[in-house]
Design a protein around this ligand. Structure first.
Ligand code: G6P
Length: 608
């Protein structure tokens, strides 16, 4: 994954690069580095570990003077996370520095080719071939060298290039990895994500695959793959820098959990006008909607679980079969689909490599694609036929929270919208469900308010070997996301099971004191889940139950109960996930884990 940033202006570059890298740290954080040009010298510093180590090493940038530079925060793919493999990498003659996000698939053959020409490689990375190709092709014209190098690379990459012969000039290259230009006054930037840019300028240009840019303090010029200048639209970003900062919270994750009522409102309200759902950005005619004979939902990680949780509502309301498939599987499974398939794709970042590839595959086969995406202008948003944005604002913590819930609410909106187009809902039922939807942001706020005991509950849970999350119907889908959250940030082994499935195996693992989280929020199956809670209690397990308010039976069966507001049962996941997010947060906090940057993970997974 990795994050890259570049700056050219009049002020010192290093502090801007370090600040940008801090914003991009969610993309990878095993090592980091910057290269800054000062006259014809390149000042390079890199180090293992997080950006804070790099700040220390460079004395907050004071040891790397100069007004143009590039920076990198790494999530290792080729080679261990050590100082040598950290970026930027230098060419053999020291004239070029490169930062790179992505994977060069043909790097092994390029490396052999360069070795045969006498080039020496110091690191295990694929990036070193890029920087030495630049040296090899450079005959005094940097742009030509960049183009020739670009033409030799296969794979997915975003690059930043610095050359000691051209102080103040940077090149940025994009091929299937995200890259955005920031257009300032007397200073310009590039970065993997707008969060690294918004403190300096809100005017951005989204590069397309195959494009590259020349960046100087005076301006940017974007070129197509043949090197012809092209006109690009400048987009104004609506995110404020405060939205990408902690705002008094100890962690981004907690801040983002607390922001959910607001994010849900912002996502929902503009789409309801005069008691009707209006999806301007996804206007599908009733005829077209009726032409779909199946809906397929695809995504990775939590986004997949959001799709899985909403499948129940879409199927129930639309009466069309809804299937879910992990994007990493879908892309290679020779899927059966045609123009009668509606593909719904979910991605917070809009850049996940597997998700993008799955969309490309399904489009080839004729499916209509609706993307539910948080990052405006991201690759998946641009690929889709229709886009429904989640207005969650920037999500920085690696473990998604508001990304997941805003995806859920868009899916519920879509379920109701589609059911109406299909003529499957009486007017009264449509209005009732729409009112229920409108109540959800408030219900989420009330759920947050009710979670005051969770820090104590988390303390009591401690550090168990295993945790089990059980539930039925939509609750079982929420369990998957709850268990994932717990694994991601506390490193406790957590498994999710349909409550009815326990007796087919997992019950063998229950013993005195095993921690079980039981969701009994889906009211139509409450009695069934209560029986399952009895079964696990009988084996000595400790049970934390989630139940709708007013359900006193839960208190009788479980050791602890968190009550959530009673909503339309199909929409219950939106509230029931909240205590599970907070539970994983407080358990991880008790264990002293690095909550916003869990080990081995990255937020935006742009490699396969
Ligand atoms: C990573 C993140 C998850 C996220 C998944 C999909 O694994 O850590 O939080 O759910 O990628 O990301 P996307 O941006 O496509 O939603």
């Amino acid at each position: 994954m990795c994050g890259i940033v570049g700056f050219s202006g009049e002020q010192q570059a290093a502090p801007v690069l370090l600040d940008g890298l801090k914003k991009l740290e969610y993309r990878g954080y095993d090592s980091a580095g910057i290269a800054v040009s000062s006259g014809s010298t390149i000042n390079l510093m890199k180090t293992q570990g997080k950006i804070v180590n790099l700040c220390e090493k460079t004395k907050d940038g004071a040891l790397t003077p100069g007004t143009a530079g590039i920076g990198h925060t790494r999530w290792a793919t080729h080679g261990a996370p050590n100082d040598t493999n950290a970026h930027p990498h230098l060419s053999n003659d020291g004239r070029f520095a490169v930062v790179h996000n992505g994977i060069v698939e043909n790097y092994a053959e390029l490396r052999e080719e360069l070795k045969s020409k006498g080039y020496v490689f110091l690191s295990e990375t694929d990036t070193e071939v890029i920087v030495n190709l630049l040296e090899y092709y450079y005959k005094g014209d940097l742009k030509q060298a960049v183009m020739k190098t670009f033409n030799r690379l296969e794979g997915a990459y975003a690059l930043g290039v610095l050359c000691s012969d051209c102080p103040g000039k940077l090149y940025a290259v994009k091929e299937a990895s995200p890259l955005i230009l920031g257009i300032g006054v007397g200073e310009n930037l590039f970065a993997s994500d707008v969060t690294a840019i918004v403190s300096y300028t809100k005017n951005v240009i989204y590069l397309e695959d195959g494009e590259f840019a020349e960046i100087t303090p005076a301006g940017v010029t974007v070129f197509d793959v043949a090197g012809r200048p092209i006109d690009k639209k400048i987009t104004r970003v609506s995110w404020d820098i405060e939205a990408a900062e902690k705002g008094g919270y100890e962690h981004f994750m907690l801040k983002e959990i607390m922001e959910q009522p607001h994010a849900l409102k912002a996502t929902l309200e503009p789409r309801i006008k005069d008691g009707r759902i209006v999806l301007d950005d996804c206007d599908i005619s009733p005829e077209k909607m009726k032409s779909f004979n199946k809906i397929l939902i695809t995504a990775c990680g939590s986004a997949y679980y959001a799709g899985y949780a909403a499948k129940y509502a879409i199927e129930k309301l639309c009466r069309i079969p809804v299937y879910t498939e992990l994007a990493s599987e879908l892309r290679y499974c020779d899927p059966i689909m045609d123009e009668h398939t509606l593909l719904i794709v979910l991605s917070q970042s809009g850049e996940t490599a597997d998700t993008k590839a799955a969309v490309e595959e399904c489009k080839k086969r004729g499916a209509t694609v609706i993307a539910i995406v948080n990052v405006v202008g991201s690759s998946i948003a641009r690929l889709a036929d229709h886009v429904l944005y989640t207005w969650a604002g920037p999500e920085i913590a690696v473990a998604t929270t508001k990304g997941y819930t805003t995806q859920l609410i868009v899916l519920y909106l879509f379920a109701l919208y589609a059911a109406d187009k299909l003529g499957r809902l009486e007017a009264v039922e449509y209005s009732r469900l729409l009112k229920e939807l409108e109540l959800l942001p408030g219900a989420v706020q009330r759920t947050l308010d009710r979670c005051r005991e969770l820090p104590e509950i988390a303390k009591a849970i401690g550090n168990p070997r295993d945790m089990f999350f059980i539930g039925r119907n939509v609750d079982s889908a929420v369990c998957l996301e709850g268990a994932l959250k717990m694994k991601e940030i506390s490193y406790i082994h957590a498994e999710a099971y349909g409550a009815g499935e326990l007796k087919h195996g997992p019950i063998a693992l229950l013993e005195e004191g095993t921690q079980v989280v039981a969701l009994a929020c889906y009211e139509p199956l409450l009695d069934k889940t209560m029986s399952n809670i009895k079964e696990v209690k009988a084996r000595g397990a400790e049970v934390l139950a989630l139940a709708p308010e007013g359900n006193r039976r839960a208190a009788a069966e479980a050791d602890e109960v968190i009550y959530i507001p009673s909503t339309e049962p199909l929409f219950a996941p939106l509230c029931s996930i909240i205590p599970l997010q907070l539970l994983s947060y407080y358990v991880a906090k008790e264990l002293g884990c690095d909550i916003d940057k869990p080990k081995n993970l990255a937020k935006s997974v742009t490699v396969e």
